[in-house]
Design a protein around this ligand. Structure first.
Ligand code: FES
Length: 127
């Protein structure tokens, strides 16, 4: 599964928004560090977080068990599974927030923003 990723910090730094239609195009033109924007391949038996780690990236996490939201990502394109055993509230899940520690890619391509835990709407979930 091909994953294009973007660090929320870059969005914040540049004053972009999660809802920008051309977010990833802007990121491509912004000369970001390769840990902030790039692509990686995730194997079917890897969660998104494991996939990132196994390719040498360091993304935020804490519990690894769907209980803290430190690993939260925002889906821009594609779908990531969401096991029933997790803390993401329905309304945030509907907007596209997922947990990377127990989310497995279910589409061939994904575009995600990682490091979204600093968003105010996720504040209550972070343990
Ligand atoms: Fe805690 Fe993913 S690391 S929910």
């Amino acid at each position: 599964v091909r994953v294009e990723f973007l660090d929320y910090e870059a969005i914040d730094d540049y004053g972009w928004s999660l809802d920008d239609d051309d977010l990833f195009r802007k990121a491509s033109h912004a000369d970001l560090d390769e840990s902030a924007h790039g692509r990686l391949l995730v194997q079917p038996d890897e969660s998104l977080l494991e996939g990132a780690e196994n390719r040498g990236f360091t993304w935020p996490f804490s519990c690894r068990g769907g209980a803290c939201a430190n690993c939260a990502v925002f889906l821009v394109e594609g779908e990531l599974s969401q096991p029933t055993d997790h803390i993401m509230p329905e309304d945030l899940a509907e907007r596209g927030f997922r947990l990377s520690c127990n989310g497995y890619p279910v589409s061939d391509e994904l575009k995600i923003v990682f490091n979204v835990k600093q968003l105010p709407e996720l504040d209550d979930l972070i343990l």
